[in-house]
Design a protein around this ligand. Structure first.
Ligand code: 5GP
Ligand code: ZN
Length: 109
């Protein structure tokens, strides 16, 4: 999608600090980290949010999780978050998983 921020990061129009990339997914560090380790993992295919995951496009989600487990490299555990829609605070309408770690986290909403 031409007006999507994360599609622009995927195609190099907007620079990012990349952690991992292959033909299906990209992982890059969040520009405003909220934990000592905070990166985003996104599919290269434009999927709007978790809400738009379906039987036809869900393979990449399993692929992302398989890669997160291997790439996170965070010794004491990590949290995966995907904000979906307005109330969750989703600001970029391209499916992304926040991977947070490097400190003990509480659980507040
Ligand atoms: P959301 O609020 O949609 O769950 O998460 C979007 C995330 O993208 C935010 O944590 C925000 O800091 C990050 N972000 C927004 N614009 C950019 C950018 O241009 N580069 C990078 N690396 N992260 C961005
Ligand atoms: Zn996109």
């Amino acid at each position: 999608m031409s007006d999507c921020l994360f599609c622009k990061i995927i195609n190099g129009e907007i620079p990012s600090n990349k952690l991992y990339e292959d033909d299906k997914i990209l992982a890059f560090y969040d520009i405003s980290p909220i934990a000592p380790v905070h990166f985003l993992v996104i599919p290269k295919e434009h999927i709007q949010s978790v809400d738009a995951v379906n039987a036809q496009n869900s393979e990449v989600v399993a692929y992302i999780f398989a890669k997160i487990a291997k790439k996170a490299g965070i010794e004491n555990g990590y949290r995966v978050v995907s904000n979906c829609g307005h109330d969750a605070g989703q600001t970029v309408p391209h499916l992304h998983f926040h991977v947070l770690g490097g400190k003990e986290m509480n659980w507040e909403v």
